[in-house]
Design a protein around this ligand. Structure first.
Ligand code: PGA
Length: 250
């Protein structure tokens, strides 16, 4: 692991209700007990729970993030959307963008780039998800895809220090399958090289996401140059999430 802190981002996707806010108690106690350890927890619940989550975590080390946002910075006629400014006002400091589940529903590289631009301007930190599909991997196009997603996503973005990259191979998300250590190390290295050479982003944080769970975390945590994890399914259960963090930092 390279950077000082290890990041654990809980992506709750379209799960959770008001009752699930209480599950944060266990996690808050855990962060107090291990306050000397260098890790950061960021919860990204559905929009409807952001404010309730914020009330719970505002005096703790845990931070809040949105799972997506519109590219219009403040407000506008966009039914069903939420702007970076609105996210910020809930107490969120972060936003996940370019998740494959959104790309899959038609989100374009250009839209992602505009969303990143507005989010950074509004003072949010962006977690940009990138990764190849199984077909692309089989056709040996992984590098080409990563290059395209990085260059198009970060086109003309200033303040690169507000960007964290999450490498999430699409074939790994929600499938229980994770890349081999060798493959993951290779792809993380490729991402770092692209960031350095093509956009002069010298010290990026690069996370891994896709089926991270209590069984595979020890092995994943051994991989060089990963700054943390973006965790979907396993993050919705407080005990599992805490176990994942513990197995990495203790
Ligand atoms: P998963 O999801 O951990 O359930 O595979 C990760 C993600 O989609 O960010």
């Amino acid at each position: 692991m390279t950077n000082k802190y290890i990041y654990f981002i809980a992506n709750w996707k379209m799960y959770g209700d008001l009752k699930s806010v209480n599950s944060l108690n266990k996690v808050i106690n855990f962060t107090k007990k291990y306050k000397k350890k260098k890790f950061k927890l960021i919860y990204c619940p559905p929009y409807t729970l952001l404010e309730s989550f914020y009330k719970k975590i505002k005096r703790t080390k845990i931070e809040l993030g949105g799972q997506n946002c519109h590219f219009e910075p403040s407000s506008g006629p966009y039914t069903g959307s939420i702007s970076p400014t609105m996210l910020k006002k809930t107490g969120a400091k972060h936003v996940i963008l370019g998740h494959s589940e959104n790309r899959n529903e038609g989100e374009t590289e250009q839209q992602i780039n505009k969303k990143i631009n507005s989010s950074v301007k509004c003072g949010l930190k962006v977690i940009l998800c990138i990764g190849e599909t199984l077909v692309q991997k089989k056709k040996k196009k992984t590098k080409q895809i990563l290059l395209r997603q990085i260059i198009k996503g970060l086109y003309k973005i200033k303040n690169l220090n507000n960007i964290t990259i999450a490498y999430e191979p699409v074939w790994s998300i929600g499938t229980g399958v994770v890349p081999s250590n060798h493959e993951l190390e290779k792809n993380i290295k490729t991402i770092r090289n692209i960031l350095k050479k093509n956009i002069k982003f010298k010290r990026p944080k690069v996370l891994y996401g896709g089926s991270v769970n209590i069984k595979n975390i020890r092995n994943l945590a051994r991989i060089k140059d990963i700054d943390g994890f973006l965790i979907g399914g396993a993050s919705q259960n407080a005990k599992k999430f805490i176990d994942i963090v513990k197995k990495t930092i203790i």
